[in-house]
Design a protein around this ligand. Structure first.
Ligand SMILES: [Zn+2]
Ligand SMILES: [Zn+2]
Length: 342
């Protein structure tokens, strides 16, 4: 008999009890003027609250923007919650890279004290990128936080080998809405291929890693006056939707640790049900958009494609894992976590 894992969590109670919980929308990657964002925390937090988000992590570089006074001003019990975060902005010296360094940025979500990056001005010498990830993720966990590996293709820094030792239940940014992060991967003039962030995720899942996909804003720009920049980096373009029974720090962080969420750039799911026999998704349609639902297994192989607003996949048992990707006719996407068969 199959044991089905939803993210990292074994589900034995069927879909009904899961569906009774709330769907909550949030952003896990946000900057304010406390680091390199263009607006003070008040402006940033108000923007997300007024845009209808349920929760927000402000993740300024190398510091925690204190959520307490911001929650006192902008928090709404049961409707909007700010949770502590930090982006640990690690650079690793590498004489073979054109920049002479590679970037290994990791968000810390829900941490209780600042995590200090390694090295002078954040540039550590003489250790591998994988070791830098291992150290910083261990520090983030020791500080009570959840680690999220950010934008692997930023400055073409991160390779699959750097990621294969990530601890289970790490979050992984497969879509970052900031400009210049190369989500889709690319090929250089010498023919070297850098896979998309989504393909890197499939490679990790294929190796048996329990890594959860995130889409987020990495927002820096809240001033409409800077029109060109704003068009590229404005907030509200990528998020996650998770399931929790209440809007509290512990409920949100618990759902993140379990992988009980999906990632989106605009597609909303009205149903996501996983049993030991089938995975079912349904979409809340927008206007006359058309939808493609793909069920994807080990190696990134497409197991089934359905052109409809609802689809079910019957689990056969040899897929390794099954995840769902939804694409709409306007380019918006949603990605569920992988359901793993053991
Ligand atoms: Zn970053
Ligand atoms: Zn960032």
């Amino acid at each position: 008999m199959l044991t089905v894992l939803v993210g990292g969590l074994s589900v034995s109670s069927g879909a009904e009890s899961v569906r009774a919980q709330q769907w909550l929308r949030g952003n896990t990657h946000t900057h304010t003027a406390n680091s390199d964002g263009d607006s003070p925390p008040d402006t940033v937090v108000r923007w997300y609250r007024d845009a209808g988000y349920d929760f927000l992590f402000v993740t300024d570089h190398e510091r925690i923007t204190d959520p307490a006074p911001l929650n006192a001003r902008f928090g709404v019990p049961g409707r909007f919650l700010l949770i502590a975060g930090e982006e640990v902005t690690q650079l690793v010296a590498d004489s073979t890279h054109p920049d002479r360094r590679r970037q290994a940025h990791v968000n810390a979500l829900g941490l209780t004290r600042v995590v200090t990056r390694l090295g002078e001005r954040g540039i550590v010498q003489g250790i591998s990128l994988a070791d830098a990830y291992a150290r910083n993720i261990a520090e983030i966990r020791a500080a009570g936080g959840i680690a999220q590996v950010n934008h692997p293709n930023f400055r073409w820094s991160v390779r699959l080998d750097d990621l294969t030792a990530l601890p289970d239940s790490t979050l992984f940014e497969i879509w970052n809405a900031h400009t210049g992060v190369n989500n889709a991967g690319g090929v250089d003039a010498a023919g070297r291929v850098a896979p998309s962030a989504e393909a890197l995720w499939d490679s990790l899942l294929t190796r048996g890693k329990v890594v959860f996909a995130v889409a987020d804003d990495d927002s820096h720009s809240f001033r409409a006056s800077d029109a060109d920049s704003y068009a590229l980096t404005r907030p509200g373009r990528a998020w996650i939707v998770l399931r929790a029974d209440t809007l509290t720090d512990s409920a949100i962080l618990g759902a993140l640790r379990r992988g009980d969420f999906y990632a989106s750039t605009g597609v909303t799911l009205s149903e996501l049900a996983v049993t030991d026999r089938a995975i079912t998704v349904a979409i809340s349609p927008v206007n006359d958009s058309r939808y493609t639902i793909e069920f994807i297994g080990s190696g990134g192989r497409v197991l089934a494609t359905v052109h409809d607003r609802r689809a079910s996949y019957t689990i056969r048992g040899g897929e390794g894992y099954v995840r769902v990707r939804v694409s709409d006719s306007n380019g918006w996407m949603a990605w569920t976590q992988a359901t793993r068969m053991r």
